[in-house]
Design a protein around this ligand. Structure first.
Ligand code: FE2
Length: 367
């Protein structure tokens, strides 16, 4: 790849993921009670906002912002009417937001908002934002001169209600679903505008069942802290999960956020106990699993009991599981992943998953 391009946009990691939701107060409670996120900050009428309210939650290196509207005609309201609950902002932590903005817009990124500095008693933050697929945006966050817990303009949110964490540690990757034949344009955007590189490619023969199919390419930045698989639907006999997403989200958008854990068995057990629903994995999945994945540290019986999926690549293996959609529409969901040196995304599991997802679609009448 062209190193000049990749070096023009150094990214330290995912800064935060912001969801636009129908009821931020109740969504915040769900992320506390079900996922064990800890309360960090709040903004709303009390901090001088008039059109929206935001709750900031954190678990280790994962920061989520849940934003709801206070008026019927705000940007948040319009987004929510169209898309339902979903990810609006994938914020990227950079050392120089002005430069990140200039470099990407010079190479063709559409502007969401121009660089702007915000400060309070904890220091200064510079934010700038560009558009990506659908109505999703990438906000560059420069916080090297800031010591506050989130951003200027937010106040401390310190409720008594604090369920324990569930062992989630950081954002591993964020998958985008784009429309028919839009995958390559989106991949080119990440290559040409952001300086990302393609990691692995699946074609529709890799990920399909008798009825449905998808194509996927994975884009990553040079230090691999940002990984964005991009899916598009492929022709099948019936409506695929990506088509179902596009229909219900009304366009392209983030499909899932993968969160890592150092102990997937305890994390999944805890999430299930707190009411998070996961995709069902058929018993047959585990029948010949040893032939496919070889020796692993974990007890297969325990993995089977918790319905945890296993896949291997040439670097190691990974353990993963996918939640059911976490909002009313069958759109966005979470992946929980533990990497044991594998750098891939569970290609060997896609077949088993597709069949499980089709069962879910069948129950919704959307296959
Ligand atoms: Fe994933």
């Amino acid at each position: 790849m062209d190193n000049n391009i990749s070096k023009c946009l150094p990214i330290n990691g995912t800064d935060y993921v912001e969801f636009y939701v129908g009821n931020a107060k109740q969504a915040a409670h769900y992320y506390q009670s079900a996922f064990g996120f800890q309360p960090v900050a709040y903004a709303g009428l009390e901090t001088g906002l008039t059109d929206r309210v935001s709750y900031v939650l954190r678990q280790n290196k994962i920061t989520f912002v849940l934003t709801g509207t206070l008026t019927p005609d705000s940007e948040v309201a319009k987004h929510h009417i169209k898309h339902g609950d979903g990810v609006k902002v994938i914020a990227l932590w950079v050392d120089d937001a002005q430069k990140a903005f200039e470099e990407t817009t010079a190479r063709g990124a559409d502007v969401d908002f121009e660089p702007k500095s915000y400060s309070d008693e904890d220091g200064e933050v510079v934010l700038a934002s560009i558009k990506t697929y659908g109505d999703t945006v990438h906000t560059f966050v420069e916080r090297k001169n800031y010591n506050g817990s989130f951003l200027p303009g937010f106040m401390e949110w310190n409720p008594n209600y604090r369920p324990t964490e569930t062992g989630l540690t950081y954002v591993d990757h964020i998958v985008g679903n784009v429309g028919w034949d839009e995958m390559n344009n989106t991949v080119d955007y990440y290559k040409d505008v952001m300086g990302f590189e393609q990691l692995i490619s699946f074609d529709d023969k890799d990920i399909s069942t008798e009825f449905t199919a998808l194509r996927s390419k994975v884009m990553a930045n040079d230090n691999m802290r940002i990984k964005f698989p991009i899916n598009e639907p492929a022709k099948g006999l019936k409506r695929s999960q990506v088509e179902e997403y596009l229909d219900f989200y009304v366009g392209a958008g983030p499909q899932h956020v993968a969160l890592t854990t150092d102990d997937i068995v305890s994390t999944i057990a805890s999430l299930r106990e707190r009411g998070v629903d996961f995709l069902h994995v058929p018993d047959e999945y585990y029948e010949n699993i040893s032939d496919r994945v070889g020796n692993i540290d974990e007890d297969l019986k325990i993995l089977k009991k918790h319905n945890i999926l296993i896949d291997r690549d040439d670097k190691g293996y990974l353990l993963q599981l996918f939640s059911k959609p976490v909002e009313d529409r069958p759109t966005f969901f979470f992946e929980i992943i533990q990497r044991k040196d594998a750098i891939s995304f569970g290609k060997g599991n896609f077949q088993a998953l597709f069949e499980s997802i089709e069962l879910e679609q069948h129950s919704r009448g959307t296959l």
